[in-house]
Ligand binder design. Structure first.
Ligand code: ZN
Length: 149
């Protein structure tokens, strides 16, 4: 996504958890604890993947995108489909996205990554054009007003 920034990758932490699980130091109860809310979010807003669950190896993982930020007001903390994120990123200045992978078979879940989205990420890229656009619109307005006189 164009405005994606400050990406934090949690794959190291995930691998550590999986190592502990494979070594028998943690049980399925510890790692397969997806809440009913998370599973509902996965069902209704989740992004299916073709990656197998690392625990049960019988279901594919679903990615859930949670959004946080002051601008979201009552929507903060809700799950959104991947398709909705670019739209939000163009309307809001900045919000945080947390991506969680979930297995609907065995309830395995883990944070995958987090990042920021929003129009603030466009500064620098469109600095010149946005100013030109504003000037252009102003110029057109002046010309229209002059034409009316
Ligand atoms: Zn599973």
């Amino acid at each position: 996504m164009r405005t994606q920034r400050q990406v934090v990758d949690y794959s190291l932490q995930k691998r550590a958890v999986l190592r502990e699980f494979l070594a028998g130091r943690v049980g399925t109860y510890d790692v397969c604890d997806a809440s009913p809310y998370l599973k509902n979010a996965a069902r209704f807003h989740g992004e299916p993947t073709d990656r197998r669950c690392p625990i049960c190896r019988s279901e594919n993982l679903t990615l859930v995108h949670y959004i946080y930020g002051d601008e979201l007001k009552q929507s903060a903390g809700q799950a959104r489909t991947l398709a909705e994120l670019p739209v939000l990123a163009m309307t809001l200045r900045e919000f945080q996205v947390f991506v969680v992978e979930v297995c609907l078979g065995c309830d395995w879940n883990h944070l995958v990554e987090q990042y920021l989205l929003g129009r603030d990420g466009l500064t620098g890229e469109v600095d010149g054009t946005s100013e030109q656009d504003a000037a252009g619109a102003g110029g057109a307005g002046r010309r229209r007003r002059e034409a009316q006189r």
